[in-house]
Design a protein around this ligand. Structure first.
Ligand code: FPP
Length: 253
C-alpha cells in the first residue's frame, strides 16, 4: 500500500528536451561511407524523434543542428549541411504545419545565405499559431552568442533611454535571450558518447538534467528517447533544496 498520495503520482514528462545530435560522421565512417551519408541519416533520425515527441506531448524539442563553432569544419561539409537544412525545410515545413507543430529557430542568422534565412522565416511564419510541439532548431547558435546578444540588447535599450537604471537580474537576462518565451530545458541529451555541453544553451541549462548516451545520432530512435525520459523521471530535481524538502513541497524556483 502506498504510504501517502504522492506515491501514486506518475513523475511528469520533461516539458522541454534539448538534444546535441552527435555522431553522424562516425556512423558513416563505420560503414565506410562519406560523412554526408551520416548527416542524411541524421535527418531521418530527426523526423522519428520529432514524431515521438509530438506523440508524447512534449511541449518543446530543441535540436542543435549547427553551432557557432561548426564553421571550422571543412568547407565542403559546411556547405553540405547548409544544403541539407534547406532541402529538409523545403520538404518538411508543410508536414510540420499539418501536424500542428510550431517551428522556431535560434542562433545568429546573419551569416546564413539569404535564401536559407527566407526559408526559415517562412517556416516560422507558416507555423506560428500551431500549438502542439514547438520544434526549435539551433542554427549558427552558441550559448556565448545568446548571452552576448542578450547583454547587447539590454545595453542598446539603456542607450536609447528605454531602460533606466535597470537591475541586472535573472529575469532581465531571460527576457532578452533567444529562448525568452520558452521554458528552460528539463532534459538535455547528447548522443555520440562525448560528455560535454559544447556551448549549447549555457544559461538555460542551469538546472537541466543531463543525459549522455554512446548511441550515435542516426541510431537514436524512439526506444532510446523513451529510455532517456525514463531516466529523467527517476531523478529527484532539487533546485537547491534538500531532498527532504522536495518530498514535502511542490517545486518552486
Ligand atoms: C554532429 O555529428 C552533427 C552535426 C554537426 C549536424 C547535425 C545535423 C543534422 C542531424 C541535420 C539536422 C537537420 C535539421 C533540419 C534539423 P558529427 O558530424 O560531429 O559526428 P562525429 O562526431 O561522429 O564526427
Amino acid at each position: 500500500m502506498p504510504s501517502n498520495a504522492t506515491d501514486c503520482v506518475e513523475p511528469a514528462n520533461p516539458r522541454h528536451i534539448a538534444i546535441i545530435m552527435d555522431g553522424n560522421g562516425r556512423w558513416a565512417q563505420k560503414r565506410f561511407m562519406p560523412r554526408a551519408f551520416g548527416h542524411q541519416a541524421g535527418v531521418k533520425a530527426v523526423r522519428k524523434i520529432v514524431e515521438f515527441c509530438a506523440e508524447q506531448k512534449i511541449e518543446v524539442l530543441t535540436l542543435f543542428a549547427f553551432s557557432s563553432e561548426n564553421w571550422r569544419r571543412p568547407e565542403d561539409e559546411v556547405s553540405l549541411l547548409m544544403g541539407l537544412f534547406m532541402a529538409t525545410l523545403q520538404r518538411e515545413i508543410n508536414k510540420l504545419d499539418r501536424n500542428n507543430i510550431r517551428l522556431r529557430f535560434i542562433g545568429d542568422r546573419s551569416a546564413l545565405s539569404s535564401q536559407l534565412q527566407a526559408k526559415m522565416a517562412e517556416g516560422e511564419q507558416q507555423t506560428q499559431t500551431n500549438d502542439a510541439l514547438t520544434l526549435v532548431v539551433a542554427v549558427n547558435y552558441g550559448g556565448h552568442w545568446d548571452m552576448c546578444q542578450a547583454f547587447q540588447k539590454v545595453f542598446d535599450k539603456i542607450t536609447a533611454g528605454e531602460l533606466e537604471n535597470p537591475t541586472i537580474n535573472n529575469q532581465l537576462i531571460n527576457q532578452h535571450l533567444s529562448t525568452t518565451d520558452l521554458p528552460d530545458p528539463d532534459l538535455f541529451i547528447r548522443t555520440g558518447g562525448e560528455q560535454r555541453v559544447s556551448n549549447f544553451m549555457l544559461w538555460q541549462l542551469a538546472y537541466t538534467e543531463l543525459y549522455f548516451t554512446p548511441i550515435l545520432w542516426p541510431d537514436f530512435d524512439q526506444d532510446a528517447l523513451a529510455l532517456a525520459i525514463e531516466s529523467f523521471k527517476g531523478r529527484q530535481r532539487r533546485f537547491g533544496h534538500t531532498g527532504e524538502q522536495m518530498l514535502n513541497k511542490p517545486i518552486t524556483l
